[in-house]
Write a protein that binds this ligand. Structure first.
Ligand SMILES: Nc1ncnc2c1ncn2[C@@H]1O[C@H](COP(=O)(O)OP(=O)(O)OP(=O)(O)O)[C@@H](O)[C@H]1O
Ligand SMILES: [Mg+2]
Length: 293
């Protein structure tokens, strides 16, 4: 099923920041999808994996990756017809080409959003640490769930931290809970990935963290859409930037809008693919049936 979804979605999308389909094979039991090989692998490999010691991601590259991946997701949400939600935005699904340009990959969990629908209620799929609370708890999937995951991705990109950090075997802390008090106090040198060696544009770093935290807001109505995210990241609207700067969430140094569920947090590498209450699926706006999933 994931294979069919991925091929169908890939056939619909063409954008410089989305990894496109080269070809596929579905013969007998064989299932194969062919993509271009991305020589710089994934963002994950640079932040936490095999390339992490090499420090190839300077600030300029990180800004380009943030904007490029936002453009890819904005295309899915606002320009593809019907609109598409990705549902698995995370560091291992942002690949990097030879020029370190972002290519968003892995559309196996993507959903098409019919015209006029605000969300679809569906089985929860995705990766812990990146899941919007209303999606993880109620199975409500909408564009704003991708915005939430993108916020976590931005925090990871700028800080070099994982979405959920193990402080001790029993205590875990989310990157949002870690970042919010530091952003409130403008502690940029503590926020920036130490591998940047202090080489970053402070104004951009400040912007990235604030955009990231508003994207990862626990209340979906507070999150911007991806077009607004792009505007903010590029610093195109002074008015929106100052609104963001003065948002109430940055007034208090306490992470009041976030769950303090650090100790309940699961390992971010864990993968969810569970069925929610089947009754809940009946509440949905019927698009699932149309897709036969
Ligand atoms: N087209 C590609 N070019 C180069 N490396 C790739 C490509 N596609 C995937 N990879 C690498 O393979 C790794 C594994 O990708 P894969 O999508 O199978 O798993 P994942 O992203 O870790 O988890 P998930 O199955 O949830 O997406 C990625 O982190 C990336 O480094
Ligand atoms: Mg992947």
């Amino acid at each position: 099923m994931e294979f069919a979804v991925e091929v169908e979605i890939l056939a619909r999308v063409r954008h410089k920041n989305l990894l496109s389909l080269r070809g596929y094979c579905a013969e007998g039991q064989e299932r194969l999808i062919v993509y271009d090989y991305m020589p710089n692998l994934s963002l994950l490999s640079h932040l936490h994996g095999q390339h992490s010691a090499e420090c190839l991601l300077d600030w300029n590259r990180r800004m380009n990756i943030a904007i490029g991946s936002a453009e890819g997701i904005a295309y899915l949400h606002h320009h593809a017809t019907p609109h598409i939600i990705h549902r698995d935005i995370k560091a291992s699904n942002v690949l990097l080409d030879a020029d370190f340009q972002a290519q968003v990959a892995d559309f196996g969990f993507a959903k098409l959003i019919p015209d006029g629908a605000t969300h679809v209620t569906t089985r929860v799929k995705g990766t812990l640490g990146y899941l919007a609370p209303e999606y993880a708890m109620l199975g409500k999937a909408s564009e704003s769930c991708d915005v939430y995951s993108f916020g976590i991705l931005l925090l990871e990109l700028a800080s070099g931290k994982k979405p959920i950090e193990k402080l001790s075997p029993a205590v875990k802390r989310t990157v949002t809970d870690w970042a919010l008090p530091l952003v409130c106090e403008s502690k940029f040198s503590e926020l920036a990935d130490p591998r940047l060696n202090g080489e970053y544009v402070e104004e951009e770093l400040n912007r990235v963290f604030r955009v990231a935290l508003i994207c990862a807001h626990s209340r979906p109505e507070k999150r911007p859409n991806m077009l607004e995210v792009l505007e903010l990241l590029k610093g195109e609207s002074k008015e929106k930037l100052s609104e963001l700067e003065n948002d109430e969430m940055f007034k208090s140094p306490q992470p009041m809008d976030y769950n303090d569920g650090t100790s309940q947090a699961e390992d971010s590498s864990e993968f969810i693919s569970e069925e929610k209450d089947s009754k809940r699926e009946l509440e949905e706006i019927e698009p699932e049936k149309a897709q036969g999933s």
